[in-house]
Ligand binder design. Structure first.
Ligand code: NAI
Length: 332
């Protein structure tokens, strides 16, 4: 990377998420170059975007051009792979997406080992461990720079809470911990102001929580075989990417998002939690800094209901994490 220039790579840039995400990021002055990598259609998407009169330049890179796309990149965003069809869980995608994400992580290790890596491809609970294991094998793993993008869960939590009680502004940030699939998604609604949770009946709270955990299924069902969330995901992905960029190069402090990370990113803050749960990865509020994760924000006091959700999440997360880790360690 040329000093002072920020190159951002989007892998899977021609896909349902990749295209609108590229469009949103084309609008940021923090990015000087957008490299769009995809096994199909990348040059066309790049040509189209390159006519937009914002600062960044755009290039498209096809099937055999991953290395040139990634060379010296500051940040790599990964929405590559297959999305869900009705009836599928995120874990059903593992067979195909695990190999895709592994190959992209190899590309990062070889071409831009110091890059921030933002993983959108599902199942995030397992694909993030895959990226970390590949980077470890190459001796370039920095836990502060690998993120599972679970922002869509927080976006849905804010929107659905507002729909439930309009005194909660739709822009309120909800902390969502755990992971990014079904019951591993644990929204901490008790943190919302105006006694939000107290205003709900037990049934209303359970219904809202379920909707946040399984909101993705609503989109998969409505798209009826044509994929999963793309536009709301692009919105969430851009929000997350811009927060990372604003902290790493824009000099902004105090930016916080919930994200799925390796707990070694802030070993001191997470030692006790790790010892208690046995988890190596967990989604939690993270404050960003110039080097990626600045600190992992300690878990707030959970309500008894949230504590119960967390216990269920921990069990499933363990299985997901082991599956991702073993995909690399058992095959090398
Ligand atoms: P899509 O099928 O529309 O696009 C995926 C793109 O990746 C395609 O253009 C495809 O050509 C490309 N691709 C496949 N293999 C590749 C490789 N080896 N290198 C580079 N590009 C490659 O799928 P969509 O809807 O964009 O979803 C992408 C992923 O994001 C899926 O795994 C989906 O489950 C996940 N997702 C994650 C969410 C989250 O909250 N983290 C939310 C919604 C979807």
């Amino acid at each position: 990377m040329v000093k002072g220039k920020l190159e951002l790579v989007i892998c899977g840039a021609a896909g349902g998420i990749g295209q609108p995400l590229s469009l949103l990021l084309k609008q940021s002055d923090l990015i000087s170059h957008l490299a769009l990598f995809d096994v199909v259609n990348a040059p066309g998407v790049a040509a189209d975007l390159s006519h937009i009169n914002t600062k960044s330049t755009v290039t498209g890179h096809g099937k055999d051009q991953m290395d040139e796309a990634m060379k010296g990149a500051h940040t790599v965003v990964i929405p590559a792979g297959v999305p869900r069809k009705p009836g599928m869980s995120r874990d059903d995608l593992f067979k195909i997406n695990a190999g895709i994400v592994r190959d992209l992580a190899e590309g990062v290790a070889k071409n831009c080992p110091g890059a921030n890596v933002l993983v959108i491809s599902n199942p995030v609970n397992s694909t993030v461990p895959i990226v970390c294991e590949v980077l470890k094998q190459h001796g370039v793993f920095n836990p502060r720079k690998v993120f599972g993008v679970s922002t869509l869960d927080a976006v849905r939590a804010s929107r659905f809470s507002f729909e439930t009680n309009s005194s909660i502004p739709p822009s309120s940030r909800v902390t969502v911990v755990g992971g990014h699939s079904g019951t591993t998604i644990v929204p901490l609604l008790s943190q919302l102001p105006n006694n939000f949770v107290g205003s709900l009946s037990k049934e209303e709270l359970e219904k809202l929580t379920y909707r946040i955990q399984f909101g993705g299924d609503e989109v998969v069902k409505a798209k009826d075989g044509a994929g999963s969330a793309t536009l709301s995901m692009a919105f969430a992905g851009a929000r997350f990417t811009l927060a990372v960029l604003q902290a790493t190069v824009g000099g902004k402090t105090g930016l916080i998002e919930s994200t799925y990370v390796n707990l070694a990113a802030d070993a001191d803050a997470t030692r006790e939690f790790k010892a208690k749960t046995g988890l190596e990865y967990f989604a939690q509020d993270v404050e960003f800094g110039p080097e990626g994760v600045q600190r992992i924000v300690p878990l707030p006091t959970l309500s008894a209901y949230e504590q119960g959700l967390l216990e269920v999440a921990v069990k499933e997360l363990k299985v997901n994490i082991t599956k991702g880790t073993a995909f690399i360690t058992d095959n090398s």
